[in-house]
Design a protein around this ligand. Structure first.
Ligand code: ARG
Ligand code: MN
Ligand code: MN
Ligand code: MN
Length: 309
């Protein structure tokens, strides 16, 4: 297993500044060693360089459209290059607008090699806004819409195909803050959403079984982990906290069940904001989750393997 860490230190898509320090906080929490512990060859590609945050108000429904487009072009190229080299890209964000570049590269790769794409979107938010629906103009609230072909040309065309992905290729987990326009749009597009109400009612295990249904050897599994997915009591280091998120064990179970499929092929870790964190605890939690994602064995898992069932 060959893994490449790609830092994308920007907060141009967010409403609160600070996510641009996310990549370094993840390195301080030793994300590299955490992944290398499972026998992977881990290369840290360092940080990409992109435009600074001009901190301007929205224009025609978008804040920093030009800067967001530039960052995503740069990220797309970096992620696509690592995939072509047979490596598993781990994008260290940065705010969630970066999913446009990273997932459009992943989708392009899937088209080229004939793999089935499945995006697991862990988030408190649906991130399905458009310029007319957005309450903020912040583009980190719009990546899913852009990837599905709804957005300005400079953001929808980055992966060379519009739309970059289909609504049926994404499943959202942990959702609990959705704007009015987004609710209608989610239904219209038919996006599969496992919201917190559903997680409460059926439990995380059943949710993940459903979210992973149909995953096989020919599936490219992409995980887009917005750290605000987690309950703010365990993950305070994010700009857009929403109460009532998954517990530590619920989140770990998600990652462990993904590891069991053996199909993880690319990962985004986004929205970590060290300026709002306490003693890097949110970065350390994210690294714990990454360990599970890469197959950190619980006792039960080891025991099962030894018994061969
Ligand atoms: N729905 C809100 C908006 O569009 C919040 C989006 C938060 N997104 C995120 N990636 N944290 O502004
Ligand atoms: Mn390009
Ligand atoms: Mn979010
Ligand atoms: Mn998000």
């Amino acid at each position: 297993l060959n893994v490449s860490l790609i830092g994308a230190p920007t907060d141009v898509g967010a409403g609160t500044r600070g996510a641009s320090m996310g990549p370094e906080a993840l390195r301080v929490a030793d994300i590299r060693a955490a992944i290398a512990a499972f026998g992977a060859d881990v290369r840290d590609c360092g940080d990409l360089a992109g435009p600074a945050n001009p901190n301007l108000p929205a224009v025609d429904g978008f804040r920093h459209l030009h800067e967001v487009a530039q960052w995503n072009e740069i990220l797309h190229d970096a992620v696509y290059a690592e995939l072509c080299a047979g490596r598993l890209p781990v994008m260290l964000g940065g705010d969630h607008c970066l999913a446009i570049g990273s997932i459009s590269a992943v989708a392009r790769h899937c088209r080229t090699v004939g793999k089935k794409l499945l995006v697991l979107w862990f988030d408190a938010h649906a991130d399905l806004n458009t310029a007319t629906m957005t309450p903020s103009g912040n583009i980190h609230g719009m990546p899913v819409a852009c990837l599905c072909g709804h957005g300005p040309d400079v953001l929808t065309r980055i992966g060379g195909n519009i739309p970059a992905m289909l609504p049926s290729e994404i499943r959202q987990i942990g959702i609990r803050s959705v704007d009015e326009g987004e609710k209608r749009f989610l239904c219209e597009l038919g996006v599969e959403v496992f919201d917190m109400r559903y997680i409460d009612e059926v439990g995380m295990r059943a949710v993940m079984e459903q979210a992973l249904a149909g995953v096989d050897e020919n599936t490219h599994l992409h995980v887009s982990l917005d750290v605000d997915f987690l309950d703010p009591t365990i993950a305070p280091g994010v700009g857009t906290t929403v109460r009532g998120g998954p517990t530590y064990r619920e989140a770990e179970l998600c990652m462990e069940m993904i590891a069991d499929t053996d199909q993880l092929a690319s990962l985004d870790i986004v929205e970590l904001n060290p300026a709002l964190d306490h003693r890097n605890m949110t970065a350390e939690l994210a690294v714990d989750l990454v360990e599970s994602l890469f197959g950190k064995s619980t006792l039960m898992r080891m025991h099962r393997q030894t018994r061969g069932n």
